[in-house]
Write a protein that binds this ligand. Structure first.
Ligand code: OAD
Length: 299
């Protein structure tokens, strides 16, 4: 990653932020990367190294190998419990105090946005800390505190439902499952109604979540992407800032004079910017493909 000294925040972006009435912040795994939570595709190490994340995050995998899958999610839940929100989460929470309306929509199953101070976060893919019974759907209360998961992970038997005795499963949306309808509807409605959307730390590959920036663009909103690498959203966005979210977001708020007490990390990070003109809508349409209802899938 290059130096933040080169992060150029476009003036038009600052103006758009200062004038925005409703901002949607749409986040993916990259926003939690600087908190030490591996992105979805980087998550498989140790015991799970030889598996594909997309195979393991399925109802079939849980049915076949409950202990392997429950162990993986407990290992990830413990990672999250031990981590802290980073400057990107904090800047997003601060931004909500600076604009008339802000909606956070996340694909992440951690609670780092909430722990940074964001409220009413729309969790498209559920939450690690809200397991349910796989048979009857009853929410299951996990014991508080940490369990000592070995570094390489371990197989763990899932707890049993206190209501029906079925196996408890992680409260997340797996591939092939539908997203919670009211959450998706609220996210789509916010995307259609906002005037500015930030897509932060997402590859834009997972549907139907990846429709969110596209819907915003189609409805006439401007879209900023923050990501250190190229993504499926590059073509459609109004601006792309090529850098780590924890460096770029505080810098952006500072440029818009929206983060008076910001701890902007000194000098590291990188940015690139890209303009979008009348082509934007058409590009957005091209990016909007292979959606199959609410089912969670890759393009
Ligand atoms: P991905 O793992 O597909 O993509 C993460 C993105 O974050 C990549 O584009 C990285 O370049 C970017 N990134 C990495 N470090 C970053 C940083 N410091 N700042 C900004 N960006 C950074 O994750 P998602 O797009 O979130 O669902 O994938 C969506 C879903 O895939 C996940 O929610 C997961 C899986 O289906 C579930 O597990 C339920």
């Amino acid at each position: 990653m290059k130096s933040q000294a080169t992060i150029a925040i476009p003036h038009e972006l600052v103006v758009a932020l200062q004038q925005a009435k409703h901002v949607v912040v749409f986040t993916g795994a990259g926003v939690s990367a600087e908190s030490g939570i591996p992105t979805f595709r980087d998550a498989l190490t140790g015991l799970w190294e030889r598996f594909d994340a997309e195979d393991l995050a399925t109802p079939e995998a849980f049915h076949r190998e409950k202990e392997l899958v429950w162990g993986w999610y407990e290992w990830r839940r413990m990672q999250v419990l031990r981590s802290q929100p980073n400057p990107a989460h904090i800047a997003i929470a601060e931004l909500a105090r600076q604009v008339p309306r802000l909606t956070v929509v996340t694909q992440n199953v951690d609670d780092l946005h909430e722990r940074a101070g964001s409220v009413d976060v729309l969790h498209l893919h559920g939450s690690l800390d809200k397991p349910i019974c796989a048979t009857c759907g009853t929410p299951h209360i996990l014991p508080p505190g940490f369990s000592d998961e070995p570094k390489g992970g371990r197989r763990l038997r899932p707890p049993l439902c206190t209501h029906c005795g079925g196996s408890v499963r992680p409260g997340v949306v797996w591939f092939g499952e539908s997203l919670p309808e009211h959450v998706l509807d609220a996210a789509f409605a916010a995307a259609r109604a906002c005037d500015l959307l930030f897509a932060i730390g997402t590859s834009g590959l997972v549907q139907p979540a990846a429709r969110i920036p596209v819907l915003a663009i189609q409805a006439g909103a401007k879209v900023l992407q923050v990501n250190p690498t190229a993504t499926a959203l590059d073509e459609a966005c109004t601006w792309t800032l090529r850098g780590a979210a924890g460096a770029v977001m505080p810098r952006l708020l500072l440029s818009a004079q929206m983060m008076p007490h910001a701890a902007v990390r000194g000098g590291q990070g990188a940015a690139d910017q890209r303009g979008a003109g009348p082509e934007q809508g058409r590009k957005a349409e091209r990016a909007d493909c292979q959606t199959e209802g609410n089912r969670h899938q890759h393009r």
